[in-house]
Design a protein around this ligand. Structure first.
Ligand code: PEP
Ligand code: CO
Length: 449
């Protein structure tokens, strides 16, 4: 038995405090759903999870780069072929740009096929004197403000599993079936460059990528080779609902190790990463790559204890620390963390989430984020790593392939007063397709120079 599994079972988290769990009204109904989920097939295969870990190990040393992105919160009603296709399309477009500029493989990972549960700042929400349970994501309850909608219903966990399965099925079909071929993705990028008001500044790089592809064709690398014609998208979500995660946790028949087969990678959110909490207990025992979100009020000793618990063998690729400090705090918060980690020799994938600490409420009342703030946090992330001699290993976005107006700024300079025109998120504001691609081209510029 490896050190990681000492005194661990897939249920041992129940002996610890689990924050952010729903108050299910009917415990027996929950048990029935969990029994059902436990007998259903895993969503991903442990072998895929191991390949992901090997790729992430390369991101520790700067030989690969992690691109993770998708909805803040997936909605059952939005699980449609066009939505899945458009999100995939933008992620692939961003990945091609980053691969070319960085000269290293980009690990493509969606916040997709399972991102259905959300942590909330309060258990209850009050509107006009009426107090109801908070909306906790489609896997728990519905967002409408009625008692019926807000009452947690365990059947939604089963529905979440089915939604994840059908999303993943389509993603696998697209990525294996030629939809994501390099030529197609590059053609989309050229379309973007031609249409964007900022197009000219991206034109040069887009042309260079096209030349590189033509060169490969000229020397006989056929468009049908799997490396050109196929791609791989890994799935990830916040491992928040521990009952659901436990039900999808299985022993791999090849290695005998435990894997949480609800997604390839799972992360622990800023609100549930207590060293002695149930989420940390659960995730320490599964062999998946694990992420931990870290906000600006972290305590260095807590982070060191978390690392010791979650990655006792210092295995490269096991642990990704996703810093989300915000534009104003990153400068003070990031350096000390990097210095300590470097001193200790920790193997970590450092990823930047420039979304979660840059949220503000616009005059219109919409929760939003500004494009330039997002970009500035990323810039500061890269520069800090470079000056500390550590490796910026990835980025983490809330984004969508649709033409939403949820974040301000960008080439079309979306203004506060324009947010209402296509504001669709049920949780946090996402970059739209154009803003996402712009970020990718901007990062590309940064990592090339
Ligand atoms: C999220 O990723 O949607 C989220 C809630 O992030 P954090 O835990 O960093 O606040
Ligand atoms: Co969010």
């Amino acid at each position: 038995m490896s050190v990681i599994q000492k005194n661990w079972t897939k249920s041992s988290w129940k002996n610890f405090t689990a924050l952010q769990q729903p108050n299910w009204p009917d415990p027996q109904a929950v048990e029935r759903v969990l029994a059902n989920l436990s007998s259903l097939p895993p969503l991903v295969f442990a072998g895929e999870i191991r390949s992901l870990k090997q790729l992430l190990a390369k991101a520790v040393t700067g030989d690969a780069f992690l691109l993770q992105g998708g909805d803040c919160s997936e909605n059952f009603s939005q699980v449609t072929a066009p939505n899945i296709r458009e999100t995939l399309k933008v992620l692939l477009q961003m990945a091609v740009v980053l691969t070319y500029a960085g000269g290293k493989p980009v690990i493509k990972m969606g916040r997709i096929a399972g991102q259905f549960a959300k942590p909330r700042s309060a258990d209850l929400e009050t509107v006009d004197g009426l107090e109801l349970p908070s909306y906790r994501g489609d896997m728990v309850n519905k967002s409408e403000f009625t008692l019926e909608a807000r009452t947690p219903n365990p059947k939604y966990m089963l529905k979440g599993y089915n939604m994840a399965a059908s999303t993943l099925n389509l993603l696998r079909a697209f990525t294996r079936g030629g939809y994501g071929s390099l030529q197609r993705v590059q053609a989309w990028n050229q379309e973007f460059v031609a249409q964007s008001p900022m197009g000219r500044s991206y034109d040069r790089m887009a042309k260079q990528i096209s030349q590189a592809i033509r060169f490969m064709e000229t020397i006989g690398i056929s468009a049908e080779t799997p490396q050109i014609n196929q791609t791989q998208l890994f799935t990830s979500h916040e491992a928040l609902l521990l009952q659901y995660e436990e039900a999808l946790t299985r022993v791999d028949s090849i290695t005998g190790d435990w894997y949480d087969c609800s997604a390839h990678m799972l992360w622990i959110g800023e609100r549930t990463r207590q060293v002695d909490g149930a989420h940390v207990e659960f995730l320490r025992g599964v062999h998946n790559p694990i992420g931990v979100k870290i906000g600006p009020s972290y305590k260095i000793d807590d982070i060191k204890r978390l690392i010791a618990i979650l990655n006792p063998d210092n295995e490269p690729g096991r642990l990704t620390l996703i810093t989300r400090f915000g534009l104003k705090k990153i400068e003070k918060a990031l350096s000390p963390l990097l210095r300590e980690a470097k001193k200790e020799g920790y193997n970590i994938v450092w990823s930047c989430d420039p979304m979660h600490a840059n949220t503000y409420t616009a005059k219109s009342g919409h929760k939003t984020r500004n494009f330039n703030d997002i970009l500035s946090e990323i810039t500061c992330f890269f520069e800090t790593h470079w000056s500390e001699g550590t490796v910026p290993g990835g980025v983490h976005f809330e984004m969508t392939g649709n033409n939403v107006t949820e974040c301000t700024g960008g080439a079309h300079n979306i203004l506060d007063e324009e947010l209402a025109s296509n504001y669709l998120t049920s949780c946090d504001p996402r970059l739209n397709a154009e803003q996402s691609l712009e970020v990718a081209f901007q990062i590309a510029d940064m990592i090339r120079s």
